[in-house]
Design a protein around this ligand. Structure first.
Ligand code: R5P
Length: 262
């Protein structure tokens, strides 16, 4: 029940589509319907984390393309525009029939990384899908990058193993960059492979801290010195560990919103 007068106003609904995703998406859809019945000037969804984005293709015949379903659902929920952060894959923007402002938290993350002296640093993409992200971060930090090859077992939910490094990391500070830390398995396995290959230190950066299942345990035991994520998803107190640092995306969202308000 929207009790404010929203007639002719620019209305922003801010909600992360994080766990419980299905409740959050329904909340957004019903809010969208309630607001549009009060004749706003424009209704804009601000979604710091777009749940289901990782299911952006059929990995096997018979699977849904969930990211596309969510994009269509937001459109039919009468949102006229979407502002979001670091989608799993840039092509997801094309799933929407409405304009999408796709922001990147990499500048904020790079600024945070620059606060510590990272000796002989190299940016690592833990899989081939993340090469562009790694290249962009490497450019911001003015350091080289390399890519790892990750094998995911589709018959074992949320499990990845088998990491191969394509390049030399010995004696270097390896900065793994990813869009999401979910179970922490990718981070744990890639950090172990990097250490075995002689990396002097491993730092992890990611935009979205889904932190599902055994993530806390995986991150605690991973041979990682520092982990930087953002607050696109609220991190509860019990999930926080000492090497986890959280950077706020509020300035990023505020900037995007203020550009539409002007
Ligand atoms: C996969 O393609 C993503 O970019 C992340 O690497 C993945 O979602 C991380 O999941 P987890 O933390 O469960 O390994």
């Amino acid at each position: 029940w929207i009790q404010e007068d929203v007639r002719d106003k620019l209305v922003f609904v801010l909600e992360s589509l994080s766990f419980p995703m299905d409740e959050h998406i329904m909340e957004m859809a019903l809010m969208g319907d309630a607001i549009r019945r009060s004749a706003p000037k424009r209704l804009i969804a601000v979604i710091p984390y777009l749940g289901y984005a990782r299911q952006d293709k059929q990995h096997r015949v018979g699977e849904p393309v969930s990211a596309r379903v969510i994009a269509e659902f937001l459109g039919v929920s009468k949102y006229k525009e979407v502002i979001t952060v670091d989608l799993h894959n840039d092509a997801i923007v094309g799933f929407f029939q409405i304009p999408v402002t796709h922001l990147s938290a990499l500048d904020l993350i790079a600024a945070e990384l620059k606060k510590s002296e990272l000796v002989n640093a190299i940016v690592i993409s833990p899989d081939v899908g993340g090469v562009k992200r790694a290249r962009n971060l490497a450019y911001l930090l003015d350091v080289p990058m390399l890519v790892m090859e990750k094998k995911r077992y589709l018959d074992r939910h949320d499990t990845s193993e088998s990491f191969q490094i394509i390049g030399d990391v010995s004696g270097k500070t390896a900065i793994i960059v990813d869009d999401v830390i979910s179970t922490g398995g990718t981070i744990n396995n890639s950090a172990k492979s990097l250490k075995e290959a002689g990396a002097a230190a491993v730092v992890v950066v990611a935009t979205h801290g889904v932190l599902a299942g055994d993530a806390k345990e995986h991150l605690n035991t991973a041979p990682v010195d520092q982990i930087i994520i953002t607050d696109t998803i609220v991190i509860s107190a019990e999930k926080k560990i000492s090497k986890l640092q959280i950077v706020s995306v509020a300035p990023l969202l505020a900037d995007a919103i203020s550009r539409l308000v002007k």
